[in-house]
Design a protein around this ligand. Sequence first.
Ligand code: 2PG
Ligand code: MG
Length: 433
Amino acid sequence: MPDSTIRHVHARRVWDSRGRPTVEAEVTTAGGAVGRAIAPAGASTGSGEAVDRRDGGTAFGGLDVRGALAAIRDEIAPAIAGMDAAGQAALDARLIELDGTANKARLGGNATIAVSMAAAHATAAAHGLPLWRWLAGDGADGPVVMPLPEIQIFGGGAHADARVDLQDFMVVCPGAENFAQALDWTAEVYRAAGALMAAAGKRQGVADEGGWWPVFADNEEAIATLALAIERAGFRAGEQVAIALDVAATQFGRDGAYRLRLDERDYDRGEWAERVAGWVARHPIVSVEDPMAEDDPAGMAQVTAAIGDRALVVGDDFLVTSAARIEAAARDRACTAALIKPNQAGTLTETRAALDAARAAGMRTIVSARSGETEDVTVVHLAVGWQADQLKVGSFARSERMAKWNEALRIEEGLGERARFRAGQIFPGQGRP
Ligand code: 2PG
Ligand code: MG
C-alpha cells in the first residue's frame, strides 16, 4: 500500500474565470504523491451555503483570499499533517471541527473545500489512479455510467447583469447514445443559437459561463429562441435535445413575491408557479432548477405537484448541498433532483453525504461547477466516480468549461466497452425504469 500520510499542505493564490482571486491547495503525501485543487466561486449563492473567506478592503474589490490562505498555512496544515489523506471522512471531520462554525465562515469554505479536494487528488495519485477511479472503488471494474451533460446556451441572471431574470437556459440530450455524442449535439445547438442571435443583430458576446449574452424582449422569448435553435440544428426538440432551465428565483423572489424586471411584472407565489408550469407546458422543457426562491418551500412543492410528472424540479440554492435540507425537501415533496456543489458543503465528505441523501430519497443528482471556475476538473471526477445522473459545468465555450467537458471525454474513451449512458431514463415520462 502506498504511504498516503499527509506530509505537507501548501496554499497559493490563483485566479478564476472572472479574474478574481481564489484558493489553490496542494497536498503532498509521505510517499511523494501530490494532489492539487482550486476552490470555485458562485455568484448566485444560497444563503445556507458554506461561505468563502474574503479579505474585504480595497484590493480586488474586497475579494482577496489572503485570510483563507493563511488559514490553510497556519491552522489547517499543522492540524492535518500526519493524518492519512486516504481517510477522507476523518480528514474532513477534522476540518469541520477546526472551523467550528455552521457555514465554514471562520476558516473559509474556499479554504476547506480546496484542501478536502486536494487530499482526494493526492490519495488517487498515491495509488496511481485517476480520481474518479479511486472514488468509485470496486464499482469501477464493472460498467460505469457517464453522467448526462447539462449545458448552458444562454446565460442570464446574476451571470449577465440581470439582462434577463432567469439564469441558465440550458440543453440536455436525452436522445444521445453516449457522452461524446451529447457534446456533438450541444455544439451544433450552441452554434445555431449563436447564428440566430447574429441574424437578429443581437449577438453581443458571452455571459459569465460562456453562454450567449441574452438580448431578449422577455424571459419567454429566450426559451422560445432556444427551442428554435434546437430545431435549426436539426434535432427533435424535447426528444433528442431538450431544454433545462435554472430559474435561480432566489435572485428575484422573496417572501412569496416574485418580481421580473425584464417582463415588468410582479407575481405572487401561486401566479409565479403557474407561470413556470405554463412554460413547461408550451416548450420542450424537461428540467427546472430553483423555480422558486430558497425561502419558499411551499412554492417549490406547488411547482413539483404541477410539473413533476413531466420535468425534473431541481433544488440548488434551495438545498445548498445539505443532506439535512435534502431529506426535508424529500419529505415535503418540494423537488425531485438535487444539485450537488462541493463548495456549497465545504468538504467532500459532506458533499457525498448530500448526494447519498438525494439518492436515498429517490431524487436525481446533478454534480455542478460554479459560475466562477478554473481549469480544475474535480467535479467531473466526482460525477463519474460517484455515478451522478448529470454533470453541469456551464456553457460550451471558454476553457474553464471546456477543460471539464474534455476531461469527461477522456474518461469515457478510457472506459471503452465499459462505458454506459442512460440519458433517456433521467427525466420523468421518458422511459424511467
Ligand atoms: C447555479 C450556478 C451555476 P453560481 O446557480 O447553478 O450555474 O451558478 O455558481 O453563480 O451559483
Ligand atoms: Mg443554480
